[in-house]
Design a protein around this ligand. Structure first.
Ligand SMILES: [Zn+2]
Length: 600
């Protein structure tokens, strides 16, 4: 196994502060989400829920993020944990690597090796396997055929190196033997998806006699592999199975290499095959990704919209284009991303088209690309005649796509458009569409969390209770106008708090004051509870102009209201005693006790 160094499991506060100072949250998030400057802050479409208008906000001054739509928020570390599905330590390690903050590392003891996160182990095994495949492609006699095959495809050497291509030889256990020699436990190699257990005993290689394409994530780590045959054998493509580090529905092949160009061009091309993708790069169309033989998921689209405003889905046949358009129209709309279908002439995939006709001709085809709905309407009309039966078929074909459009005005524009195109009454189409919509409504709903709820670790939706407004305002003031903290302490303001979460946050502020009041992000990173983090980020992101006078006014108002509520209760107890209503006295006393308990 390669010398794997891993930071000691306890990273000191100083180191964390150093990383926070070196890494800029806008920098880190904007490399994954398209952000726009809005006043002091930056906003963009949230990567954690579906939205068409940006409510995801990043504050460079406070180094925190918060989404007004779904309530998710926190520090730079929390963002990476959520977006890249990392543990806290993995987020720390990634940032320290990226920003050149040296973390204490050393050779690991056996015990520490065991403790090393599973993710790190799997990534290390993938790196090792990649070395093996590369060596086989370039240096081994078995690689001769593969070398000839690649030469014949005219792929530039530079690209082969950039994408780390390799070759899995035709034996059954070349990799398995190599990994065993490298002291990698076969059970872990199986977990990485590289070997498959035999029925009897031992393991065999998953990839055999295939060109190997390592699949990287956005932090440039190899998380899985794709293998393509060199002849007509089936399956043409074989990918790693889902593993703890490789998630098909989130990963797009080549995204790590396409990001910069997607940003510059504000668009991304989505192709199907590995060589298609390499050819796009070879012909200077580097803002391209490939789907790895799966259809585009909502997660894919959410990732893509972080890099580009428009997606061009490139297909080699009308049928494939229609299928994809039917499936993704609603999702693209929900996610606020524009999409169009690029249809290559019959018999061509991007690879063959580019080599035969070049990039200029490719862009001529792109010029003619139609939006998803347009494309479907045109295709439906082309395939069906405008006879009565034809019209009925067109309407049935289009209704499911129309029904996915949640924006009602957009929906009626599309319906109107189709009605004109095929010369039928709008109401005919409308009726069919509302039937479809009804059918969708009756189905269990999709995956995104509506506002005011959040997903728990196991994916369940959980309601987050809204914080007490008055108290929230006081806490926001404590963060934003720390000069007031002494007054808050003296007047015992927090004792009157009734929302236990806010009270806890307030006490934490007073507890660490005056050390960290100038760093909200540091404060948040100390909070272990996710809902508390979201809450604090939400209170800090919106800034008011505080001054001493307005702060004191807010406090006295707060104390007056809370005091009055308290006095009310005392008055009622006295009155009940006067009347001799023992039952009521007891009830009110219990209420009073509860109130006191909440304040402690
Ligand atoms: Zn959100």
């Amino acid at each position: 196994m390669p010398e794997v160094c891993w930071l000691s499991l306890n990273v000191s506060e100083d180191k964390l502060a150093e990383i926070r100072n070196a890494a800029d949250i806008v920098d880190v998030i904007s490399s994954r989400v398209l952000l726009k400057k809005a006043g002091k802050d930056y906003t963009g479409l949230c990567p954690f829920h579906s939205e068409k208008t940006p409510s995801f906000t990043v504050s460079p001054t406070k180094q925190i993020f918060h989404c007004f739509g779904c309530g998710t928020g926190g520090t730079i570390f929390n963002f990476l944990m959520l977006y890249e599905n990392m543990t806290f330590l993995e987020a720390v390690e990634t940032l320290s690597r990226q920003y050149g903050v040296a973390l204490p590392s050393r050779k690991m003891t056996d015990r520490e090796k065991k403790q090393m996160s599973e993710r790190e182990q799997l990534l290390a095994i993938n790196r090792k396997a990649m070395e093996f495949y590369k060596e086989k492609l370039f240096k081994s006699p078995e690689g001769e055929n593969a070398r000839r095959y690649i030469k014949q495809r005219k792929t530039q050497r530079e690209l082969i190196d950039t994408f780390g291509l390799g070759f899995a030889p035709d034996g059954w256990d070349g990799l398995a033997k190599f990994l065993t020699r490298s002291k990698i436990p076969m059970a872990m190699a199986e977990k990485a998806g590289l070997v498959v257990p035999r029925k009897s005993n031992g393991y065999y290689d998953r990839f055999r006699n295939r060109i190997i394409f390592p699949i990287s994530d956005t932090t440039d780590q190899v998380i899985g592999f794709g293998g393509r045959v060199m002849d007509n054998a089936k399956p043409k493509y074989l990918n790693s199975p889902e593993t703890p580090v490789y998630n098909k529905s989130r990963t797009l092949y080549g995204l790590h290499a396409a990001r910069e160009k997607c940003r510059r061009e504000e668009s991304v091309f989505v192709v199907e095959g590995y060589f298609d993708l390499l050819s796009m790069h070879q012909f200077g169309i580097g803002n391209s990704v490939a789907t790895l033989g799966t259809s585009l998921t909502r997660e894919h689209i959410r990732r893509l919209k972080g890099y580009a405003k428009k997606a061009f889905l490139v297909f080699d046949s009308d049928e494939a284009g229609v299928k994809a358009a039917h499936r993704t129209t609603g999702t693209f709309m929900d996610e606020g991303m524009e999409a169009a279908v690029v249809l290559l002439p019959a018999g061509h995939d991007p690879d063959s088209f580019l080599f035969e006709h070049g990039a200029d001709r490719f862009f001529e085809v792109v010029e003619r690309a139609l939006g998803l709905i347009d494309f479907q309407i045109k295709s439906a009309i082309d395939r069906n005649s405008l006879s009565l039966e034809g019209k009925v078929r067109i309407i049935s074909e289009m209704a499911p796509s129309f029904s996915q459009v949640t924006d009602s005005s957009a929906r009626s524009i599309f319906i109107q458009y189709l009605a004109e195109k095929i010369g039928v009454d709008e109401t005919t189409i409308l009726e069919k569409v509302s039937q479809e919509r009804q059918a969708i409504k009756n189905k269990p709903s999709g995956s995104s969390a509506p506002a005011g709820t959040r997903k728990t670790a196991d994916g369940r939706l959980q309601k987050t209770a809204a914080p007490d407004r008055f108290e929230a305002r006081v806490i926001a003031m404590m963060f934003q106008y720390p000069d007031i903290l002494d007054v808050i302490k003296q007047q015992g303001v927090l004792e009157h708090f009734e929302d236990p979460r806010l009270k806890k946050v307030g006490e934490t502020i007073l507890g660490v004051y005056p050390h960290i009041v100038d760093s909200v992000s540091e404060f948040i990173s100390r909070l272990e509870d996710e809902s508390q983090r979201d809450l604090v980020a939400s209170l800090c992101i919106d800034e008011s102009e505080w001054e001493e006078k307005s702060c004191k006014m807010l406090l006295s108002q707060f104390l007056k209201t809370r005091g009055r509520r308290n006095n009310d209760l005392l008055d009622r107890i006295r009155a009940a005693e006067k009347c001799g209503d023992q039952a009521l006295v007891i009830k009110l006393l219990i209420e009073k006790q509860n109130q006191m308990a909440n304040r402690q």
